[in-house]
Design a protein around this ligand. Structure first.
Ligand code: FAD
Length: 406
């Protein structure tokens, strides 16, 4: 048997791609050696994502929004950003006429379980608990799996994360720059409610964010800092961490009544030289990695999925893996993801600068932006995923499976 599409990697990006491409009429095989379909229980997991309303529409189209455990989904209706090195302060609210949240905070496991449940309703998706170990390019593409078996497909998608085996086997170069920073993740209960506001403060060691979880006093903390500070914050006693956390947020949320375990993730930016090579496509972290300060990595990966579905069009259009459709996809998504990586990298560099003159200019720039309604609305639309070259699925809210984009 030859599959229309094989997807290596069943993280959130690969699972969503499997659902939407199957809905477009393609036979799909998803390779994921570590799929955990269990619903999250107990405390909220440390891996949480801030997702945009645009991405909510993609998850709705994949029929994965309804099966989420909504009692565990946080939302934010405003954002506050301020700079420890200057007087700079920005408040963001949804644009006039927008209904609903500015964004959502979802646990990885909640997403994975909902997507897996939704995939189980699609007999056209074959799920195999194997890893891809290599492939031979050609028509069809012949894949080698870790149990020694082989699979044949017309199109191979690498959604297998930052260390993508697909990218390596395709010989696609990657530019990778480590930030020499790590993000420390923890969940915290504060004395005061978060009021559904996402907060981020730029410290001279890196940005710290408190993202509102479903419970009014609980936040997911994403604390990016240089490696020395990160090692200190991972090794210290809870009392020291809590003191540092309160100081970092200028005590705006009050005391800490509960602190979870902590986990650290090294940060880097990376970009694959190509997102398409012959009959091989890269999506999500396999193609691009960015600093989490703008919470955009997974949002971008899911926009890649919606864009690919749109470029390929329905299987009946007979353009399945045509070269021109894939070229359109690559032109579209490479420019969008390069731009977002550059923005997050630029913000990272700007807030790392400590010279007096830079700090003053930064503060003045933030405060000027705060007063400029049109610029603020544009930034908000970008942050919500509704500005830029946006897939039809996001604009229409429908499945987006319409004739291919030309
Ligand atoms: C600290 C931190 C905070 C972040 N916060 C946000 C945020 O708020 N919002 C946001 O949008 N993004 C955020 N991100 C980015 C986000 O985590 C990633 O962009 C996202 O997880 C990428 O998803 P993916 O499905 O592409 O890759 P992954 O989640 O890495 O999934 C890859 C999958 O491929 C499988 N796999 C690996 N090798 C093989 C193989 N050979 N064969 C088959 N399968 C394989 C793996 O088992 C895995 O399941 C954050 C990142 C960090 C580090």
């Amino acid at each position: 048997m030859i599959f229309d599409i094989v997807i290596a990697g069943g993280g959130v990006v690969g699972l969503t791609a499997a659902a939407l491409l199957n809905d477009a009429g393609y036979s799909v095989c998803l390779l994921e050696p570590r799929l955990d379909r269990s619903r999250p229980q107990g405390e909220i997991g440390l891996r949480t994502y801030a997702l945009t309303p645009a991405v909510r529409r993609i998850l709705e189209a994949a029929r994965a929004w309804a099966p989420l455990d909504h009692s565990r989904v946080g939302r934010f209706d405003a954002m506050q950003v301020w700079d420890a090195g200057s007087s700079g302060h920005l408040d963001f609210m949804p644009p006039p006429g927008h209904h609903g949240a500015m964004g959502y905070i979802l646990e990885q496991q909640n997403l994975v379980a909902a997507l897996a449940e939704s995939l189980a309703t699609r007999p056209g998706v074959s799920l195999q608990a194997h890893a891809l170990t290599g492939f031979e390019a050609g028509v069809p593409v012949v894949l080698a799996l870790d149990d020694g078996s082989r699979l044949r497909t017309r199109l191979l998608i690498g959604a297998d994360g930052a260390n993508s085996a697909v990218r390596k086997a395709a010989g696609i170069e990657q530019t990778k720059v480590p930030y020499r920073q790590s993000a420390i993740l923890a969940n915290v209960a504060f004395a005061r409610g978060h009021g559904n506001i996402a907060r981020q403060r730029f410290l001279d060691t890196g940005p710290i964010a408190a993202l509102p979880l479903a419970a009014q006093r609980e936040c997911s903390i994403v604390w990016s800092c240089n490696d020395e500070r990160a090692a200190e914050l991972m090794a210290c006693e809870d009392a020291y961490f809590i003191g540092a956390l309160r100081e970092a947020f200028e005590d705006c949320l009050g005391g800490v009544t509960h602190l979870s375990a902590r986990a650290a993730f090294p940060l880097a930016r990376a970009q694959a030289a190509q997102m398409v090579d012959g009959r091989c496509v890269l999506l999500g972290d396999a193609a691009h990695l960015m600093h989490p300060l703008a919470g955009q990595g997974l949002n971008m990966g899911l926009m890649d999925v919606a864009a690919l579905v749109e470029c390929l069009g329905p299987a009946t259009a007979g353009v399945g893996s045509s070269t021109s459709a894939l070229r359109r996809f690559e032109r579209w998504r490479k420019s969008e993801t390069l731009a977002m990586t550059a923005v997050t990298d630029g913000l990272h560099r700007l807030f790392q600068r400590n010279e007096n003159v830079v700090r003053q200019a930064r503060g003045a720039g933030m405060n000027a932006t705060q007063r400029l309604a049109p610029l603020k609305h544009w930034l908000i639309a970008r942050a919500m995923g509704t500005a830029g070259d946006v897939p039809r699925m996001v604009m229409s809210g429908a499945s987006g499976i319409s004739p291919p984009r030309s």
